[in-house]
Design a protein around this ligand. Sequence first.
Ligand code: COI
Length: 415
Amino acid sequence: MTSKVWKRFVTGGGTKRLIGHQHRLLSSFKSDELRVEPAGPHELQSKPPVSDLGFGKHFTDHMLRIKWSQSKGWEAPVICKLQSMDMHPAAKVLHYAQELFEGMKAYRGVDNEIRMFRPMHNMARMLISARRSCLPEFDPKELVQCIRRLIQIDQEWVPHSASSSLYIRPTMIGVEPTLGVAPATEAELFVILSPVGPYFASGVKPVNLLADPNFVRAWPGGSGYSKMGSNYAPTLYISKIAAQHNCHQALWLYGPDEEITEVGAMNIFALFQKEGRLELVTPTLDSGLILPGVTRRSVLELAREWQDCEVSERKLTMKEILKGAEDGSLVEMFGTGTAAIVSPVGNIMYDGVMKPLPVPDEDKSFAQKVMKTLSGIYYGEVKHAWGVPIEDWSICKEEEKRIEDYKKSLEARML
Ligand code: COI
């Protein structure tokens, strides 16, 4: 890495683009060209009971498929029955992991209305992942309309339960069947839907984390800020090592200061009480090491609105956490993500020793307050700009502005 590029990463400053990139926005597919090829009545599957849902094990009857090629651009979107996909064994995704994905959810509200949670945030992040993966760009408003239609068609799959939801998995892959290491000239975007229960089989219980500075998830100049499968596969081996230490996941550290970056596949938060002052801390996005989580952003926005603590996006080190756990200034630590929403941290295995962290009682916990507030929004107990009904689709001005701010924060990560 040139020193200039390094400097930009380290300082997070500067607006000059140092490395050019070609936007592969060859127009977009259009939702009004969407074709629906419904599954036949004998092809519809029975729905599992809510108690058997788990995470990502069951899929709805239909999926969305949209093909792209350099020569023809985007083809018309198609909703068809859930099906296996034919792929040439030389497809680039199978060799060089040219793939990106998103994770978002739809919820059945107490009023029976189905709402998506902040869908345009995920669409904005998907575009950045497309750019970083050299996959074709598209109009995010067109994609969200296609997804909305897919959910409408499979709406009976949105669980009738306030502990479950419909997980939406938009994905894009490079399918050109050639082995040269180069951007694919053929790609496919698809979306599948999965009714899900809680992410962790044990429910919202504190997790144990392995913090070992030898394992690094992301680094300056890398792709840690974008949501691509190639960021996740290398973590599986570390999860196995974590399990050998009686830990559920890795606490990702980076650099000589052992900066805490993420936890498992989630963002991380710590709440401190120092000199009578509460401070909520999460690592800043500036380093490019952190995935700009939509739940992360929502927690920051809620905390700023509540005004009961100072909210900091700043460097958080292992030393600060260990000291806080020892002197009592650490109040709690928790992960956030679309799948698990919040996940309290119970213990950290560091330097061969399992260190206990404080876990406040439910009625005193900031993480639980977040969970309760978000659940109220997800399930429509509170009418909120973040819950967008799939029938009566509208995104208010204030939320549009927040989407724009989020987009800017994503674009700032691209070199
Ligand atoms: C999330 O919770 O946001 C995730 O990305 C988890 C997913 C990889 C299962």
